[in-house]
Design a protein around this ligand. Structure first.
Ligand code: ZN
Length: 246
């Protein structure tokens, strides 16, 4: 697979299967969903970097747990989160809404609200020649987030929004769930050659101790049953089936 490595984005694997993304430019770092702080501080110190901003996609503790310690260490950090979550993401100092654009590390970043996993989940979209999407827990490779607070319709609409982005968008999600998701998909579509190939690719990466993310939207649309669902009814069947599968 050809990844566009136009930006320097590093993944730190923490807890069981979380990935904290560090977007680095010159000596500045933007951290996405720091579940914990220690590995982030260690990486920043070892590489003589400075923490500039924290992007929060939603309020779950395995996304915001490290924020307090990080802003104690670097006081001028921007903490960017949904304006709907001032209570559950109380450390935010830049509150954003759907459709708003910000300038981060000299690039335009658009806020895209993707409801379903929670009632206020947002994604961060870096447009331009090499688009990037930090999607949190809304989309995973081979899967999508559980619907905790939203409705099936909201999650389906969120996935439709993601599908409308440029096909070369590189997607960074917050969990390494790919293999389990692909095994579930193969259970439903045992003869699907694209999904079979994806399993081989994923197993190879994991055997080399590599992350299977980020992933390209274009390729994901071929193997992700949730993105392939033709309507809300099919999506809802898949989501309910997956909830019972694990
Ligand atoms: Zn979550």
């Amino acid at each position: 697979m050809e990844f566009n490595k136009a930006r320097n984005i590093i993944g730190l694997r923490v807890l069981n299967d979380n990935v904290i993304w560090l977007w680095i430019k010159d000596k500045s770092v933007v951290v996405v969903d720091p579940s914990v702080h220690e590995p982030v501080i260690r990486y920043i110190d070892e590489n003589n970097l400075h923490l500039k901003a924290i992007l929060q996609t939603h309020h779950h503790s395995d996304h915001i747990g490290g924020t307090k310690s990080l802003i104690e260490r670097w006081q001028d950090v921007e903490v960017i989160a949904s304006s709907k979550e001032k209570r559950r993401i109380p450390l935010q100092n830049i509150s954003v809404k759907d459709g708003q654009t910000l300038n981060i590390l000299g690039e335009e970043v658009k806020i895209i609200e993707v409801l379903g996993h929670t009632s206020s989940h947002i994604a961060f979209f870096l447009n331009g020649k090499n688009p990037v999407l930090f999607i949190g827990d809304t989309l995973f490779s081979g899967g999508c987030g559980r619907i905790f607070e939203g409705t099936y319709q909201q999650m389906y609409s969120s996935l439709e929004r993601i599908k409308s982005l440029p096909k070369n968008t590189l997607i960074y999600c917050a969990h390494e769930y790919t293999k389990a998701n692909i095994l579930w998909a193969l259970n439903l579509k045992p003869k699907d050659q694209d999904i079979k190939n994806k399993l081989l690719e994923v197993e190879k990466k994991l055997s080399l101790n590599e992350l299977t993310i980020p992933f390209l939207l274009d390729e994901e649309m071929k193997i992700n049953l949730f993105l392939r669902a033709k309507d809300l009814e099919e999506f809802s069947f898949l989501r309910a089936n997956k909830d019972l599968w694990v």
